[in-house]
Design a protein around this ligand. Sequence first.
Ligand SMILES: [Zn+2]
Length: 201
Amino acid sequence: MNRVIKFSIVILAAVFLSAFYPAREEKLVVIDPGHGGADAGARLDEIAEKDLTLAIAEKLQKFNSDTRIKIVLSRNTDHLKTLKERVEEINLLKPDLLISLHVSTHENVNEQGIQATVCANKDYESVSSVVAENLVASFPDAFEKQPVQAGNYFILRNLDSPGVLLNMGYLSNEHDRAYLSSEAGQNEIANTIVTAIQKSL
Ligand SMILES: [Zn+2]
């Protein structure tokens, strides 16, 4: 058989097989626990946003049993890292997805719930929006779910990959605070986010 024909057959066979057996490449997800070090973020009494975001991020990494998905954290300890440093490091990793974790406080104690924000007018806006919708939808009904919004946060604006900023609740609200500051509540939130990641990638 002519070498060119042989070569063509090999290529055709590879294309045919790859259609049925797509490569199971590993997806990289960066979880960004908001704030850290001198920047405590939102605070209520002894509860600080920087501690909650790190605790939930660590659980989330531990709970991920999907071998197709690798989760890394943008910080593993309580130290200050600027937004510029964070986004530069994240962009070097070229992740398939970034989720930045935050909590808030509000002067209205009734303000509560989960809210996901994506950056408008970015290349990855539609992918990010699908992940954001999945994240919010995955939370139990005990959480008030706010519509996905577009926002101009530094980290999302400067990111070279799909990204969602997730506000996991309000420290000023009794219901949210109980969830966010308890071991069981943190486990539930972390598991919910892992499920949404697995569904999205
Ligand atoms: Zn924050």
